[in-house]
Design a protein around this ligand. Structure first.
Ligand code: NAD
Length: 295
């Protein structure tokens, strides 16, 4: 069993750290919010008074932070950068969703210093983090992936080797850009049907069995009260926030500009989510995009 330093105990990181404890690892945790630390200490994690204390003796360090600037500061540019204190044979896994350029740059700096840093963003949301069923998309060498996989299996079910450093972040952006397009398109079709007199449940059943069927209709219907247990039937609370989807679409547009790949659908989805966010809906689940059509 490994000693793991875990940094960032928010909606995702907290339950991920707890699943590592359940698998038998010693998990030393740090977050800027003491309440977040206390919550996971009750589940068996060991509190650390700083990220340095959590990471310096660890065999594996995992981070789950909001964005690229937080990851860069934690490992490279911050006052107490972890690359200065970790063990030489440590494996560092960043599971935050960040820009691929920062992931590649931090990984390259790690390699120059003889350290191993992989990007391993996740899909599956808070429910997947709690249940330990996340999908991980890993950007790493073959050897790094082989080391990371057994650890990631304690927190997830499907562990993919997307390619070299940064590839995990690119795969994550491609997936979430497609998800935003599917969700907006599904909301658009349902709203048009309802405005023309159809029952949303009947229309959902028809499209589910027809060529328009997709993940949003199957698992995450955006129309209230069509499906049980999804955010649309709970005032769009919980789930995956509009703010986070907007962030991910920004990352996707950066990749599109850098590579010259045309993404007109992704760009349109970003405009829709931007409009929705500007109406004060940033904290709602992303399926609330339906309300933009209803307004
Ligand atoms: P969150 O805001 O709930 O948690 C982030 C945590 O990081 C906070 O507790 C914050 O205090 C902590 N933090 C920030 N800087 C820190 C530092 N320097 N040291 C220690 N702690 C620090 O966010 P989340 O929902 O857990 O998401 C984390 C990442 O996972 C994001 O990149 C997000 O895009 C991605 N993600 C989220 C979901 C989801 O459904 N929430 C799904 C997939 C991926």
């Amino acid at each position: 069993m490994a000693v793991i330093g875990f940094i960032g105990l928010g909606n995702m990181g907290g339950p991920m750290a707890v699943n590592l404890v359940k698998a038998g690892h010693t998990v030393k945790v740090f977050d800027l919010f003491p309440e977040a630390i206390q919550k996971v200490v009750l589940e068996g994690c060991v509190a650390a008074s700083s990220a340095v204390i959590a990471a310096q003796e660890a065999d594996v360090v995992i981070s789950m932070l909001p964005s690229g600037k937080h990851v860069d500061a934690l490992y490279v540019s911050g006052e107490h950068a972890l690359f200065d204190v970790v063990k030489k044979d440590v494996l560092i896994i960043d599971s935050s969703t960040i820009d691929a350029a920062t992931a590649k740059q931090v990984s390259a700096i790690a390699a120059e210093r003889g350290l191993s840093f992989v990007d391993a963003p996740v899909s599956g949301g808070v429910a997947g983090a709690i249940a330990g069923t996340l999908a991980f998309m890993v950007g790493a060498t073959d050897a790094q992936f082989a080391r990371a996989k057994p650890i990631l299996l304690n927190m997830g079910q499907n562990i993919f080797h997307a390619g070299a450093s940064g590839a995990g972040q690119i795969a994550k952006c491609c997936n979430n850009m497609l998800l935003s397009v599917l969700m907006a398109g599904t909301a658009e079709a349902l709203n048009m049907g309802v405005e023309n007199g159809l029952d949303p449940s009947v229309l959902s059943q028809i499209m589910l069995q027809s060529s328009g069927s997709n993940w949003a209709l199957q698992k995450y219907n955006p129309y209230p009260d069509v499906m049980e247990g999804v955010p649309s039937s709970n005032n769009y609370q919980g789930g995956f926030q509009v703010d986070l989807m907007y962030k991910d679409l920004g990352l996707a547009m950066d990749i599109s500009h850098q590579s010259g790949s045309p993404t007109p659908m992704g760009s349109q989805a970003k405009s829709l989510y931007s409009m929705h966010k500007s109406k004060g809906k940033g904290r709602l689940d992303f399926s609330s995009i339906l309300q933009l059509y209803q307004d």
